[in-house]
Design a protein around this ligand. Structure first.
Ligand code: NAD
Length: 495
């Protein structure tokens, strides 16, 4: 990335680069603090209109945007290939998944957020009670580069469906994609600033945190998530933090080994391993370890990273150093590369690498690698697999391959989501919440939980008739107080 020299009265800019070639893909403005604040203020006016519009009309506009995304998917996928580096076909999958969430959110917002009656209970039997979920106002979204459409869409789409305006700060590695998304929305929704993009580096993201947005949805590394939370704390701005992971895949002795090996290789290597819920560690029952490893090696050794290959470049050049360090450290401490190795790390691409016999305390097992690498460890039983899988500060996703114990093991994995006999499938189910625990963050996107992240519950009681037992008045008589106590004894006093 090159930040051009600031010139008087000329906005500062930065370039986004094609990670496969280093060529400039686009030049973008660095929004200043003042410009970020103005953008949020503009969004506030649009938010009021959008909130008034109601579920049905908002839904129509969102479905219009969904259709536009699908119709123009080839164009967007081209841009994603250029700016992020991912293969065109992978970009298409990402767009289709985002469209699926958009469709779900547009159709379910009323059911999830609309006013509904709830029981008023015995003490307030004279009241009707209802709850509805009202929009927050303007939601700030800060996104990463690895899934530059699907990941921010998980916040943007649900925030819009809940009736908010959005100000989005895309990653400095994929600003053109972020701008494309906002432009395509405006073409459908009209010129009101409902979904605006601010481009820039970390400082622009920091300005968004301090701009007075009504909520900040952050997706990125845990380290930046902590800075975001600290900045948001200045105004008590609530946050959703979707951070990194070190997801494990467990292979039980009765697992379908072909399916498990395929899932491990795809889960670990697709998108060049740059997937927050990608497989980074595999724990395999000793009875099937050798067979499983053979299958993984067979699949991974023919897989290539390069232009036109199924694995694209490493999008963020500084990650190459991290990947190299993890592989070197693993080998130095007794690990072996059965596919790839240190030579696999090139200037732009990393070839698939499978490491075995890696000590559990090494960086390759404990830290997020974010490259097309896997560590595979032999375990005596699934209890040990669970113990090792859970021995991390992260807790995002995970996968279990087992015929008999899939659900049981999945429930005991300390993470927000787990696939049984599949990998990352939970991300494609719009009605499921997505998010982590521990250093992987908190709060949820997707599904009803994700939609309610971007709304505030509003509780209303309305009197139907005068209460036979007066409580909320100074005019109540001693007989009211006695009756209340009698009622409480009757209702709750029994053992
Ligand atoms: P990053 O933390 O470097 O950057 C994320 C965003 O934060 C970028 O837009 C960046 O400009 C911005 N930023 C940087 N400093 C900031 C600051 N001080 N204040 C506010 N914003 C700031 O992360 P990245 O390298 O873009 O993304 C990769 C990380 O994202 C990985 O750890 C990955 O696991 C994680 N991720 C998580 C999920 C999830 O849903 N949990 C999804 C995708 C990626």
């Amino acid at each position: 990335m090159t930040v051009t020299e600031p010139a008087a009265a000329i906005a500062e800019t930065f370039d986004s680069l094609n990670p496969a070639t280093g060529e400039v893909v686009g030049t973008h403005r660095i929004f200043t603090d003042a410009e970020v604040n103005e953008t949020v203020q503009r969004g506030r006016k649009a938010a009021a209109w959008w909130a008034e519009l109601g579920f049905a009309d908002r839904g129509k506009i969102l479905r219009g945007w969904r259709s536009a995304l699908v119709r123009r998917s080839a164009e967007l996928a081209d841009l994603m290939h250029q700016e992020n580096g991912k293969p065109h076909a992978d970009a298409m999958i990402e767009i289709v998944l985002a469209a699926d969430h958009l469709d779900w959110a547009s159709k379910h917002a009323r059911k999830v957020l609309g006013r509904r009656r709830v029981s008023s209970g015995m003490l307030m039997i004279n009241q009707t009670a209802s709850v509805e979920y009202q929009p927050l106002g303007v939601v700030g979204v800060i996104g990463p580069w690895n899934y530059p459409v699907f990941t921010p869409a998980g916040s943007i789409v649900y925030a819009l469906a809940a009736g908010n305006a959005v100000v989005f700060k895309p990653s400095e590695y994929t600003p053109g994609i972020g701008q494309w998304l906002a432009d395509s929305f405006r073409e459908v929704a009209g010129d009101l600033p409902l979904f605006q993009v601010i481009t820039g580096l970390g400082a622009t993201g920091n300005a968004l945190c301090r701009s007075g947005v009504d909520k900040l949805a952050f997706t990125g590394s845990a380290a930046t998530g902590k800075k975001v939370m600290a900045a948001c704390a200045e105004n008590l701005t609530p946050v959703v933090i979707e951070a990194g992971g070190k997801d494990a895949l467990l292979v039980d002795e009765d697992a379908n080994l072909d399916a498990a090996a395929d899932a491990a290789v795809w889960g670990g290597m697709s998108n060049a391993g740059q997937t927050c819920v990608g497989v980074e560690r595999v724990y395999v029952h000793e009875r099937v370890y050798d067979q499983f490893l053979d299958k993984v090696v067979t699949l991974a050794k023919d897989l290539k990273a390069g232009e036109g290959e199924p694995i694209g470049p490493i999008t963020m050049p500084s990650q190459l150093k991290v990947i190299r360090r993890h592989i070197a450290d693993a080998i130095e401490h007794g690990g072996r590369a059965v596919v790839g190795g240190l030579d696999a790390v090139g200037d732009r691409y990393v070839q698939p690498t499978v490491l075995v016999d890696v000590p559990e305390e090494s960086a390759a097992v404990r830290e997020e690698t974010f490259g097309p690498t896997l560590t595979i460890a032999k375990v005596p039983d699934m209890e040990d697999a669970l113990r090792r899988a859970n021995a991390t500060n992260y807790g995002l996703g995970g996968a279990v391959f087992s015929r008999a114990r899939g659900l049981e093991l999945a429930r005991r994995l300390r993470s927000g989501m787990t696939s049984v006999n599949g990998v990352i499938t939970f991300a494609g189910v719009p009605s499921l919440p997505f998010g982590g625990i521990g250093e992987s963050g908190f709060g949820r996107i997707h599904g009803p939980d994700g939609m309610r992240e971007f709304a505030r519950p509003k509780a209303i009681t309305q009197q139907r008739f005068t209460s036979p037992v007066r409580t909320t008045t100074f005019t109540r008589r001693p007989s009211d107080d006695r009756q209340l106590v009698r009622m409480a004894r009757l209702l709750y006093g029994r053992r």
